[in-house]
Design a protein around this ligand. Structure first.
Ligand code: GMT
Length: 400
């Protein structure tokens, strides 16, 4: 198949999923075009079979890496649509798959309006705040509901997120759930931290948080929980990533006098080697459709302490792969962590369970599910296709 994938260029999970999916589809013999405003903040391990299209050749600057820019000016939209239209014209794409609704559902709508039944089959994957934030916004959700009519099939990443999408966007049928996935080899445990917790004094446990430090991650709560833990035992907090709330969090640690126990790794394209050295991952999100970081933690044999929201309960099974706590209950969260650190048998068991559970979310099974969906849309298209697939394109894009 010839597949176009649209994604953002920043460092979020939807970008990682898009890039890994593009790589895997190409490895399976598909021809993949990847469309992004800038080169995504991730490396391509296998470039053969992938054609990369960017509006701007350089990567995003540091300040913008953690931001999802969802509102694009008209000239950027026009250029992006033009870039995709010329690939459809030159390579006759079968599928155009967008990751994250804003602004890509609008891009897809323009393409569909322009090409009508000659357009590729349009697949939309709803990833997170495109539903949980914009679905609640009366103006944005109205615009989205209208433009979603141009999308032929939807997927999302967990059942709870599918239910939310149905609620906010009045879908008549639920989007297909294709979970986030992890490359089990890449996140393989190297047995570095398996024995270290037997002596808490010699080896203070390491708690890790990786995110883009956006308000939805509620990272001040990471700070509050860590400061409660620090009152009881020596522990370290590793923070990986950058984003708008990081400065406030640094101030909080200074005020509490615990800044020496916090290590800032900054933005890391590859954090596999850091993650696998941690003892517990901490997630405090107010909402989370899935949480790729949680899955990566489990694959790295790192149990997870997380808020009980969205798709997190698919991954964090209390007392088996980690612990869940209700939003705001920092005292329960710190107690759960302290109990865990004081029980080395429990740590061993949960580490093993974590890795085992992550096998339910392998790259192979999700990529197969995406491919099956594309094939079923192709079959549908073959039955309904117009007489001549090749068309003459007008270079003059009319946006009105
Ligand atoms: O929606 C966002 O906030 C950003 C988005 C992204 O691009 O990383 O994150 C969402 O998509 C990820 C990949 O599907 C999920 O693992 C994250 O849970 C989800 N974030 C939220 O729901 C807050």
């Amino acid at each position: 198949m010839k597949i176009g994938i649209m994604c953002h260029s920043s460092c979020g999970g939807s970008v990682r999923i898009s890039v890994d999916l593009a790589n895997a589809l190409a490895e399976r013999g598909n021809k993949v075009h990847l469309f992004s405003p800038h080169p995504p903040e991730l490396s391509f391990e296998n470039k053969s079979g992938i054609i990369l299209h960017y509006l701007v050749p350089g990567r995003l600057n540091k300040a913008k890496r953690s931001l999802l820019v969802t509102e694009w000016p008209q000239n950027k939209m026009r250029a992006f649509v033009g870039m995709i239209l010329s690939s459809i014209e030159n390579d006759s794409l079968d599928i155009l798959h967008y990751h994250y609704a804003l602004p890509f559902a609008f891009v897809a709508q323009i393409i569909k309006k322009k090409l009508g039944s000659l357009a590729p089959q349009i697949i939309g994957t709803l990833h997170g705040t495109d539903v949980s934030l914009y679905g609640k916004d009366p103006v944005k959700s109205k615009q989205l509901i209208e433009c979603f009519e141009s999308t032929d099939a939807f997927t999302t990443v967990s059942q709870s997120h599918a239910d939310l999408a149905v609620k906010y966007f009045n879908f008549s049928s639920s989007p297909t759930v294709i979970p986030n996935f992890v490359d089990m080899e890449k996140f393989k445990d190297k047995n570095l931290s398996n024995t270290k917790n037997s002596d808490l004094k010699a080896n203070p446990p390491i708690i890790i948080h990786i995110s883009n430090f956006r308000p939805i991650k509620d990272t001040l709560t990471v700070g509050k929980i860590f400061s409660l833990i620090k009152k009881e035992i020596d522990a370290k907090l590793w923070l990986v990533g950058v984003g708008p709330d990081l400065a406030g969090l640094k101030r909080f640690f200074k005020e509490k006098g615990i800044e020496k126990s916090v290590y800032y790794w900054g933005f890391k394209q590859d954090y596999t080697h850091i993650l696998r050295r941690a003892d517990l991952s901490l997630i405090t999100s107010l909402s989370e459709s899935f949480s790729l970081f949680t899955l990566e933690s489990l694959a790295s044999k790192v149990p997870v302490l997380a808020t009980n929201v969205g798709g997190l309960s698919d991954l964090v099974i209390p007392e088996k792969t980690g612990f869940l706590f209700p939003l705001g209950d920092i005292h329960l969260a710190s107690r759960l962590a302290l109990n865990f650190f004081s029980d080395s048998d429990k740590q061993k068991l949960l580490k093993t369970n974590a890795r085992e559970h992550s096998y339910n979310f392998t790259l192979e099974s999700s990529v197969c599910a995406y491919e099956e969906l594309y094939k079923s849309r192709m079959r549908y298209y073959q039955l309904n296709k117009p007489p001549d697939r090749r068309v003459v394109f007008s270079k003059d894009l009319n946006f009105n």
